[in-house]
Write a protein that binds this ligand. Structure first.
Ligand code: TYD
Length: 158
């Protein structure tokens, strides 16, 4: 397991600007969005400057029916956003739980390493997009909840 925390885990949303990722687990923020009059909106973000990591991978989940729960694992830092639909994100750091609703294309959810997450599709065909700090590596994942709790105990000691 190559998991490692570089800073203390704390629950909650901290608003500290782009450097404010140091002592937090998750942060909901507004993705910069400009109106292109008569033609809709354009939203954008950049890795390394707005995000506290460079983006190494993009993936997205689509074709999912309402009521489906996905996830059930912890891994590396990511930005989640939902360009279409409504998806509830359930977060757990081994001590506290939180819920964040992604229901607008201009909401971004930054997740730190080591957060257990589950995703509930509240609307069919909602699209979940993820910008990840790392290439895919199954060894980065904790998929067993008891193992996750043990990992948290060790991480919280630091
Ligand atoms: P999984 O992480 O279990 O999906 P979810 O958390 O949404 O329920 O991934 C499903 C499958 O896709 C699993 O076999 C791993 C594979 N996968 C990749 O090969 N590359 C990737 O970048 C991701 C995210 C998953």
């Amino acid at each position: 397991m190559r998991f490692g925390l570089t800073y203390p885990m704390k629950s909650g949303i901290l608003y500290g600007g782009k450097a404010g990722f140091k002592a937090m687990q998750y942060r909901l923020f507004d993705i910069r969005t400009i109106e292109t009059p008569g033609e809709g909106y354009l939203s954008f973000f950049e890795g390394g400057t707005e995000l506290p990591f460079e983006i190494k991978r993009i993936y997205y989940i689509h074709g999912t029916s309402a009521g489906v729960m996905r996830g059930g694992h912890a891994h590396r830092r990511q930005l989640l956003f939902c360009p279409y639909g409504r998806i509830r994100i359930l977060l757990d750091d081994g001590r506290e739980k939180a819920e964040v609703l992604l229901d607008s294309p201009d909401k971004g959810l930054l997740l730190d390493s080591g957060l257990w997450r589950e995703m509930l599709w509240e609307q069919s065909d909602s699209v979940l997009c993820v910008a990840a700090s790392e290439h895919y590596d199954e060894a980065d994942y904790i998929r067993d909840y008891d193992q996750f709790l043990n990992w948290c105990k060790e991480a919280h000691k630091e």
